[in-house]
Design a protein around this ligand. Structure first.
Ligand code: URA
Ligand code: SF4
Length: 197
């Protein structure tokens, strides 16, 4: 692993900046390819992630893998992380203060990887990164803010009990990688929403 990412990983693993450190088994740093064109950002580790110390390894992670397979993308080629790196008790939504405290790690991951686009998975990431809500209304859209592109989609966990949503997630992820191909070819892409900084 790259030295700078390794440093973030070590800092996350030993972090005690918020109270989630008291209840976690393992902190869960981001994982993946430093050269990835995209960073996927979820909400927070769940039970399996807390046990293993790796992001998206449980049922939601399986759904994400299925969507990536649909786009013929290997998990190893992308970078996957979360808004907060420690599991909230009973999988509650992380609080504003927990998210704000943990945000510095995500900012560091973004500044090292410099992704062409950040894929926001679900409402907590949407709200934390862009102040948004109602992801189901905005999913599939491309946002630009401060010269960074974002792609909005649903959280993979939302597809667990709703078979229709797995098709939504799959088609969004296919769209995302079509878009990335266009970006790599310096094609002009259509921005759906411009955010003021
Ligand atoms: N849900 C998330 O948001 N992140 C994970 O890592 C696992 C489940
Ligand atoms: Fe540190 Fe983030 Fe874990 Fe809180 S959630 S202890 S800020 S790594």
């Amino acid at each position: 692993m790259n030295q700078k990412l390794e440093t973030i990983k070590q800092n996350v693993i030993t972090c005690t900046k918020c109270d989630l450190c008291k209840t976690r088994t393992n902190a869960v740093p981001g994982k993946g390819n430093i050269q990835s064109d995209v960073i996927f950002v979820g909400e927070a580790p769940g039970r399996n992630e807390d046990k293993s110390g790796e992001p998206f390894v449980g049922v939601a992670g399986k759904k994400l893998s299925i969507a990536l397979e649909e786009a013929k993308i290997s998990r190893d080629s992308v970078y996957i992380t979360n808004i907060v790196k420690c599991r909230p008790p009973n999988n509650r939504v992380p609080s504003t203060s927990e998210r704000e405290t943990c945000q510095k790690y995500l900012k560091e991951e973004i500044s090292i990887i410099k992704p062409k686009i950040i894929c926001i998975l679900g409402n907590t990431a949407f709200n934390s990164i862009l102040g948004g809500s109602e992801i189901t209304k905005f999913r599939g859209k491309i946002v630009r803010k401060d010269n960074q592109l974002y792609f909005l989609t649903i959280h993979p966990a939302a597809t667990i009990y709703n078979q229709k949503l797995i098709d939504v997630l799959k088609s969004d992820i296919v769209k995302l990688f079509d878009l990335i191909r266009e970006l790599k070819n310096d094609k002009e892409i259509k921005i759906d929403i411009e955010y003021a900084s």
